[in-house]
Design a protein around this ligand. Structure first.
Ligand SMILES: Nc1nc2c(c(=O)[nH]1)N[C@H]1C(S)=C(S)[C@@H](COP(=O)(O)OP(=O)(O)OC[C@H]3O[C@@H](n4cnc5c(=O)[nH]c(N)nc54)[C@H](O)[C@@H]3O)O[C@H]1N2
Ligand SMILES: Nc1nc2c(c(=O)[nH]1)N[C@H]1C(S)=C(S)[C@@H](COP(=O)(O)OP(=O)(O)OC[C@H]3O[C@@H](n4cnc5c(=O)[nH]c(N)nc54)[C@H](O)[C@@H]3O)O[C@H]1N2
Ligand code: SF4
Ligand SMILES: [Mo]
Length: 747
């Protein structure tokens, strides 16, 4: 875009949900220098070690530059875009006309750095009559979402910059972030003698090193640990009665049950000294504010939905909602999930769909059946489920059973290799992009990124790909587009009126809005920001839902907000809340939080008889299949050379187990689970307790070699995992708790 190699281009890191603002210098298509953007509204110049390696995303892997079509003999043929779009639209129509639009299933729509393209997928689904979708949230966050729907009615985040007590539960923010500017925030807490950090993790993580209290549970026993903490809070009367009376309903039901918790026995089950548990509970119960973060260590482990509930009770019973340093609700640019206390069910297995998403672990079961309502086609965008979902073999078999699989990605991935068509997308630095990870309170921010480079020839941004398919489907009468085109030329107000008039005569206008906006408003936007058109609708939504907070953030109306979104190269604040507003986010009667969730209280009641140990003589080790490390980043880099350390993706085991198994540092080991086997290099890690081992996520990609083959480094984790090993409520996998056997292998 510019030949000036000293110009700094503002954008953001795409490797985790924090999307730190960065600046990049380029030379041709290479990224020569990367640094934090000090002006960024959310991250102020912060980055971790990984952002500096982003050239390996942009230039490291083998990019796709033409659509590919699978031939009857299984090989791929490059085809031109017109052919690909024409054939895909025709085959989608056939599936729809034969089996109904609801048999077309959508997966993905964005990763850690790109949600703007996915915002256009809804219009395609609407045009096809498709009703089911899913994404990676349905293999981690949907249990939490189910609990949130019942309690606060929506997502909450912790205010860790101010919390008196910060609790990290199965979360290692030192490595995985999630908390903006995590390392700075963690160090600040550790330095401040008046504030405390509590970490619940079987591993003595880098975060635990900074903690005041580390509850080093046995893997998979968090439900007992939290039950004990809650038992102490209630039995020692450390709950906030005024808050419970004024702001919640049903508290007595919950308190009554927690009065009966046997703290000593729970302490025994989770392997933490009762004294230490009591000390942690007292610190929480007497804190001026408490913020918690639960993540994969519990969300992908046994009793995950129950654990989410118990986590939320720790801060609710102590009145830690909607005040500084506590848990906060927040506005959204676009909600990432639908919150419902009685979610829809899937068509074949009848699984609950918390968040409106098909649980990832049932997808294969929804396909591999002769049930008439099975899925027949899949559109997969910005995700690599053949690698990232449990039981890769089952998922691959499921893909093969479909009539049509279309994958939209920048590279030929493990999933793309199973597709009928692969469509090459422009990279996240070659197009307008944004994420909807807008989780902050009271200042909530959004960042629309401008392209750093032109699209690689042959690639297209996702909004254009969706638009081309919708055009080919003839889904919108030409007259409507003409009307909106004419209105867009006249200005924003006529456009808004024309849009409202269309919506009044035809409700489907809302569902098709992303496409309509892309076609008509999009071309009028400056600097080729056509993909930003959908933000116009989102701005209208914000103006309607959070008018006061929007005005406090300095935007007089939806149009002003839209312009601020388009122009904020270092991000922008779209809402500024006040603490009193927080209660308006609670959608329940009287804005009160209903505390009892009978189904989960039932599981709590049954803990006495619930197994806490899932290992056996055959599989005696608990394997955490997917540890976040300094050099892992899901499968976003398709280039193993980006890693400065841990290039092989070591199997970390405790010294005790290494000695028992006769394994030395650097030796080879075989890992066997109920589902598969793999090999890895051993690293003895004193942070791990006996009986616990960990493999990193993001390894085991099949990367192309010069001779036309592929090569794999490290373990493709989901060759080891099992579909059935999942939460009974949310269907989320228990990847952090895979029973395994580890054996020495000759080098
Ligand atoms: N470096 C890096 N950062 C990332 C990513 C990445 O690939 N690499 N991926 C991003 C994504 S998609 C996500 S979802 C987040 C995930 O972020 P995290 O959830 O923080 O990551 P994990 O390392 O999977 O698990 C967190 C912790 O859970 C602990 N754990 C394991 N078993 C148990 C248990 O039984 N109980 C408890 N209490 N803890 C347990 C582990 O020891 C680990 O320290 O990270 C994001 N950030
Ligand atoms: N066993 C085990 N499995 C796990 C986990 C674990 O801990 N253990 N972690 C799970 C978690 S929390 C998550 S979030 C998932 C992540 O797994 P996935 O949801 O599969 O996501 P990513 O690995 O982030 O892959 C993103 C894909 O997007 C592509 N991509 C990058 N940029 C673009 C773009 O601009 N456009 C398009 N169209 N594509 C692009 C990349 O090439 C890649 O194929 O993995 C899950 N799987
Ligand atoms: S914390 Fe690190 S990985 Fe996450 S967005 Fe910031 S720089 Fe990227
Ligand atoms: Mo994730």
């Amino acid at each position: 875009m510019t030949a000036d190699t000293t110009a700094w281009h503002k954008t953001a890191c795409i490797l985790c949900e924090n999307n730190c603002g960065i600046q990049i210098q380029t030379d041709g298509r290479r990224f020569t220098k990367i640094r934090g953007d000090k002006e960024h509204v959310a991250t102020g110049g912060y980055t971790c070690n990984k952002a500096l390696r982003l050239d390996h995303y942009q230039n490291g892997g083998a990019r796709l530059t033409t659509p590919l079509r699978r031939e009857p003999d299984g090989s791929f043929t490059p085809v031109d875009w017109d052919t690909a779009i024409r054939e895909i639209a025709a085959r989608m129509k056939t599936v729809r006309d034969t089996h109904g639009g609801e048999s077309i299933f959508f997966y993905g729509g964005g990763g850690q750095g790109n949600h703007l393209g996915g915002a256009y997928s809804g219009a395609l689904l609407r045009a096809l009559g498709a009703r089911y979708r899913s994404n990676p949230l349905a293999q981690e966050k949907t249990g939490e979402g189910f609990v949130d729907a019942h309690l606060t009615g929506g997502h909450t985040t912790g205010d860790f910059t101010r919390a008196d007590v910060s609790l990290f539960l199965g979360k290692n923010p030192w490595q995985s972030h999630g908390v903006p500017r995590a390392r700075t925030v963690l160090k600040d807490i550790a330095k401040d003698p008046s504030r405390s950090m509590i970490v619940i993790d079987p591993v003595r993580t880098e975060t635990a090193d900074l903690a005041d209290i580390h509850l080093q549970v046995k893997p998979g026993t968090d439900a007992w640990c939290l039950a004990a903490l809650l038992g102490v809070l209630v039995q020692e009367d450390l709950v906030d009665h005024a808050f419970l009376a004024a702001r919640t309903t049903g508290a007595e039901t919950v308190l009554e049950q927690l009065r009966t918790v046997d703290v000593a026995s729970c302490a025994q089950t989770c392997g933490v000294a009762e004294d230490l548990l009591r000390r942690a509970a007292r610190r929480i119960g007497t804190a001026t504010s408490v913020a918690t973060y639960e993540d994969l260590g519990v969300q992908q482990g046994p009793n995950s939905t129950l654990v989410s509930y118990l986590n939320k009770l720790t801060w609710l019973l102590t009145g830690n909602f909607a005040k500084p340093g506590a848990m906060q609700p927040h506005s959204w640019i676009a909600p990432l999930a639908r919150y419902s206390t009685s979610p829809r069910r899937t068509p074949v297995t009848g699984a609950r769909m918390p968040g409106g998403l098909v649980p990832c672990n049932v997808i294969a079961e929804e396909i591999l059946t002769d049930h008439p309502d099975r899925f027949r086609a899949m559109i997969i965008e910005s995700a690599n489920p053949a690698h990232s979902l449990a039981d890769s073999a089952a998922f691959t078999e499921a893909l093969a059973a479909l009539d049509l699989v279309v994958v939209i990605d920048i590279a030929l991935t493990e999933t793309g290799r199973q597709a009928d068509y692969v469509l090459p997308a422009a990279s996240q630095f070659e197009k307008w992009e944004a994420t909807f990870f807008t989780f902050e309170f009271p200042h909530n921010t959004f960042h629309l990124r401008a392209p750093v480079l032109d699209p690689l020839p042959g690639t297209l941004p996702e909004p254009e790909i969706y638009a081309r398919i919708i055009r080919e489907l003839n889904a919108v009468p030409r007259g409507r587009l003409k009307l909106l085109h004419a209105a867009a030329r006249l200005g924003r107000t006529p456009y808004k009126l024309a849009f409202a008039a269309l919506a009044a005569v035809d409700k489907s206008t809302f569902g098709m809005a992303p496409y309509l906006l892309y076609e008509t408003l999009g071309p009028t936007l400056a600097d080729g920001a056509r993909s930003g058109a959908v933000l116009w609708a989102l701005a209208q939504g914000i103006a309607k839902q959070y008018p006061a907070a929007m005005r406090r953030a300095g935007h007089a109306n939806a149009d002003a907000l839209f312009d601020a979104m388009l122009n904020g190269r270092s991000g922008m604040t779209f809402t500024e809340d006040e603490y009193a507003d927080a209660w308006n986010y609670v959608p329940h009667p009287g804005h009160r939080i209903p505390l009892p969730i009978p189904e989960l209280l039932g599981l709590l009641d049954a803990l006495d008889t619930t197994p806490a140990v899932h290992t056996s003589d055959d599989f005696p080790i608990v394997l955490a299949a997917g540890q976040r490390r300094a050099f892992t980043a899901n499968t976003i880099f398709r280039d193993d050379t980006w890693r400065k350390r841990d290039q092989q993706g070591a199997l970390r085991i405790s010294r005790y187990d290494a000695e028992q198994l006769g394994l030395l540092d650097g030796a080879f080991a075989r890992i066997t689970t109920k589902r598969g086997t793999a090999q890895a290099t051993v690293e003895i890690d004193d942070r791990l307790q006996a009986g616990h081992a960990a493999l990193p996520n993001g390894f085991g990609l099949d990367l192309p070699t010069d001779d036309g083959g592929t090569e794999r480094t490290g373990v493709a984790l989901n060759t080891l995992t099992d579909l059935a090993w999942r939460d009974p409520i949310a269907g989320t996998p228990w990847h952090k708790h895979v029973p395994a056997r580890i054996e020495p292998l000759p080098a």
